[in-house]
Write a protein that binds this ligand. Structure first.
Ligand code: PMP
Length: 320
């Protein structure tokens, strides 16, 4: 691993070099998937880099840790500042932030509890996840033959590494069959989500998205879209979506930190609407990217400006 993507990585309160962020092969996480993580974007704005909804993302990380009985040493505020710090020290104007908390090297059995908890925050520059053209032209998706994890097996509200084995099956099948993304159904056969995105349909001017009970991750982008739409008087409902509604919707799109708002132009080779980005999707993209770029007013504290955070030297937990 000679290549350095960014210079510094935050580890348990200290900044270390990219090449020093190594894990032993017998760490618990390698064998049993015991990592809780987040994916957060930082956008360039006229007031410098701003991290999008960092508190909501890190609260979800704290929740994921709680579900898996993992004691986090850092508060929400510590973690927010640490995210700002990695962006600042790596001199990124925009990029992707990956906080990850995992069970490290200790004992070799399944029980995670005796193993140390390691917290890392990594950042790097990352472009459009589903392809540069996808945001405008849309993507071709399929319904996966793999169902989404079900409530009594793995909790979907936790964003944890193990859940992504299910996502990988969905993604690989889709890619090998010539689709950009796969859509998983839940255990009852209703639409759940993409391998790394939530899904919305537009029908008769309304927005429809699956509820939390459909084994979805409660997406921060999903919540942002719901808030933007509702503020504009658009009806948004969370309801069970039968698979065939994907084929007859006026518009469909994915939401996610990596995918942002990506139109879906076909499902199972059936055109969705006109087979291109629809007007509601485009309007939501304009609003969303207007907010993330700092050009439209963000509701509440959606933008966390890196330059406004305390200098690290005056902080307790972060040593240099
Ligand atoms: N579902 C899954 C399975 C995901 O991995 C993601 C990406 N974190 C999402 C939905 C979207 O969540 P968010 O908008 O918070 O990134």
């Amino acid at each position: 691993m000679e290549q350095t993507i960014t210079e510094k990585i935050w580890h348990n309160g200290k900044l270390i070099n990219w090449n020093d962020a190594k894990v032993h092969v017998m760490a618990h996480v390698i064998h049993y998937g015991s990592a809780m993580f987040e994916g957060i974007r930082c956008y360039e704005t006229p007031k410098g880099p701003a991290i999008f909804r960092v508190k909501e993302h890190l609260q979800r990380l704290i929740n994921s840790c709680r579900i898996y009985r993992t004691e986090l040493e850092y508060s929400l505020e510590d973690l927010c500042q640490a995210c700002a710090e990695v962006i600042r020290v790596n001199k990124l104007r925009e990029g992707y932030i990956r906080p990850v908390v995992f069970r490290g090297y200790g004992t070799f059995g399944v029980n995670p509890l005796p193993n140390p908890v390691e917290t890392y925050i990594v950042c790097w520059e990352w472009g459009k996840y589903l392809g540069a053209e996808a945001i405008e032209r849309g993507v071709d998706a399929c319904v996966s033959s793999w169902a989404r994890i079900s409530p009594n097996t793995l909790p979907a509200i936790a964003k944890v590494a193990g859940n992504y084995m299910n996502s990988q099956l969905v993604k690989m099948e889709a890619a090998l069959d010539g689709f950009v993304e796969g859509i998983a159904l839940d255990a009852a056969g209703y639409v759940s989500e993409g391998s790394g995105e939530n899904i919305f349909l537009v029908m008769d001017g309304r927005l429809i998205t699956p509820p939390l009970s459909a084994s979805i991750l409660p997406g921060v982008t999903r919540d942002s879209v719901m808030q933007i739409a509702r503020a504009a008087g658009i009806t948004v409902t969370e309801e069970a979506i039968p698979r065939e509604m994907l084929y007859i919707a006026d518009e469909a799109f994915f939401t996610g930190t990596a995918a942002e708002i990506t139109p879906i132009r076909s499902v199972d080779r059936i055109r969705v609407g006109k087979g291109s980005r629809g007007p509601m999707t485009q309007w939501l993209q304009d609003e969303f990217f207007g907010i993330t770029s700092g050009n439209k007013e963000a509701p509440g504290d959606w933008l966390y400006f890196v330059a406004e955070q305390e200098p690290p030297s005056s902080r307790r937990k972060v040593a240099h």
